[in-house]
Design a protein around this ligand. Structure first.
Ligand SMILES: O=c1[nH]cc([C@@H]2O[C@H](COP(=O)(O)O)[C@@H](O)[C@H]2O)c(=O)[nH]1
Length: 332
């Protein structure tokens, strides 16, 4: 059925009814058009480009992930702050800029957004900042590699990623491969439960541990198809719960790293971080880089593979959600 003018207006209204943001958010023309037509859009974060992977693999991966999203039926919208302007949807040149800036771009979580904008800086958005900006322009689905969590010894340090509180307050579904075992996985799940966040497993009832398929911890529900994921996201939205959703997709078995090799690299990296007193938002990038060195690059290869796999699932879900909304609109 042709997409009617009425449903175009509904989408536009959904777009405009969001709380008014008076700061300029630059939405790429392709993303803006897809949103106003009710087509599938998938948000992507940018800290993974600047701080999560070295150049040039970061740029290659970012471009390949965007291509995968398109092949699976959605328009990619990578989020970042460039020269003080929050951007949703980046051109190839903008992706290149971010990839070459690397860690010179500011790692930007929710708390950092205002300062990066005010100072005209370049910010690579973490999960928390990406969720917030995606939600401002009404993008309901977002893909990343791994979310932040409660750090080991978090009960003493109180080092808890703002990704978890953002999930408690922003209605965006985040696809990830779980959280790395550099973090305290059981406490991360406890914290998400406290925040009222639904944590679903994609084709599994176990929460994955990023490099490996299992963590020994159960999820709160299992979803077995893109359509099931779309129905959950739609119910969360219609209920106006206001909370995000985590949908955890296990790393494909053929790419899952040997558990004990990774675990011993993690232990060594954690020890080094303690010795060098690396804490706060510097901890995750330091640990990721050291684990990659210690595993001779194996962890980076696994990381790239799981991000691509998450992008396939996330794009299919964004497409299924757009279909579902279109069908429901036509039935009205
Ligand atoms: O495996 C990864 N986990 C997490 C990150 C990034 O680190 C952020 C969390 O950082 P922190 O722990 O400082 O909140 C995430 O939102 C994400 O952007 C990453 O690149 N790779």
């Amino acid at each position: 059925m042709a997409f009617s003018a009425a449903s175009r207006i509904t989408n536009l209204r959904r777009h405009l009814d969001s709380p008014q943001v008076s700061i300029n958010v630059k939405v790429a023309p392709e993303v803006s058009e897809a949103l106003s037509l009710g087509r599938a859009v998938l948000a992507l974060e940018s800290t993974i480009i600047s701080h999560g992977m070295p150049y040039p693999q970061n740029l290659e991966t970012a471009k390949e992930v965007e291509a995968i999203v398109r092949q699976n039926g959605a328009v990619p919208a990578t989020v970042a702050i460039l020269d003080g302007t929050p951007c949703v949807g980046l051109s190839v040149e903008e992706l290149e800029k971010l990839a070459t800036l690397g860690t010179k771009a500011r790692k930007t979580a929710r708390r950092d957004i205002a300062h990066v904008v005010a100072s005209g800086g370049n910010g690579a958005t973490t999960v928390s900042a990406t969720m917030l900006l995606a939600s401002m322009v009404q993008i309901p689905v977002f893909v990343t590699g791994g979310i932040g969590g409660v750090h080991r010894d978090g009960e003493q340090t109180m080092d808890i990623s703002s990704d978890l509180t953002e999930l408690g307050r922003t209605p965006v579904a985040v696809f990830c491969a779980g959280v790395k075992s550099i973090l305290d996985i059981p406490r991360t799940l406890e914290y998400l439960e406290t925040q009222g966040v639904c944590v679903a497993g994609y084709k599994t009832n176990e929460f994955p541990a990023f490099f490996t398929e299992s963590s020994g911890c159960k999820v709160s529900c299992q979803l077995d198809s893109p359509e099931e994921c779309a129905r959950l996201i739609e119910a969360n939205s219609k209920l106006r719960l206001g909370t995000g959703i985590v949908i955890a997709v296990p790393i494909p078995r053929e790419h899952s790293a040997s558990g004990h090799i990774i675990e011993s690299a993690i232990q060594k990296a954690l020890q080094e971080a303690r010795e060098q007193n690396i804490t706060g938002n510097a901890a995750t990038p330091f640990l990721l880089a050291r684990i990659n060195d210690l595993t001779g690059g194996a962890s980076l290869a696994s990381n790239i593979a799981l991000v691509k796999n998450n992008a396939i699932v996330g794009a299919k879900v964004a497409a299924a959600l757009a279909q579902l909304r279109k069908r429901e609109h036509c039935q009205k």
